[in-house]
Design a protein around this ligand. Sequence first.
Ligand code: ZN
Length: 248
Amino acid sequence: MSQDQAITRSALVISAHAADFVWRCGGAIALHAQAGVKVTVVCLSYGERGESAKLWKQPGMTLERVKAARRAEARAAAQALGVHELIEFDMGDYPLEFSREHKVRLVQVMRDAQPDFMLSHSLYDPYNSDHMLTTQVVLECRSIAQAWGHEPGQKVLGAPQLYLFEPHQTEQMGWKPDVFLDITPVWDRKRAAIECMAGQEHLWDFYTRVAQNRANHFTRNSGGQGGGQACAYAEAFQSVFPRTVGAL
Ligand SMILES: [Zn+2]
């Protein structure tokens, strides 16, 4: 993309917990940020109850201490990835619950960011209802942000694609990727962000292997040994909305 296009482009990531945006789309964030795209990340919670087991195993741990640790990790990871703005809703997790005010706030974030594309969780996740609730609300807020009758006078949202990033146990989520993104140029930045997640060290190498396996799929789908583009690390996404094209 040209620099002129890049300056005007923006992206919005909605992450249920503090670390999700790192494992699942850290490469996409770093790649676009490096190209000048303004990437806003919304962290709805810090994953303080449900995704912080290592911290809770320490004696005398409190909710506030867990939150502080996860907050610091998320901010460090966002910085490593080049996030333009990290917005922390601090809604609490397990369960994540949306009030009307939370939804109105998310609609406003969408209108303010005017993203060219958005990223969030898989539509279905029987292991983690916070994740699938997030996507349901993201879709609800996307349509409210498009409504001319909601806060009339504001600039309404266009029709940004919603890419669903890769869940943890892919097949169980009914998630089927249709986009593979080469993140090789920014892999070092994603790995650095991953390593900010001290509370989930058991996932560092797992998500490195995921990126390597998706790179193999990237190469095969770009032509394989018949001229495919070499790729060492990739992320995969499932798009919700159809693409509008002038040619195939
Ligand atoms: Zn999560």
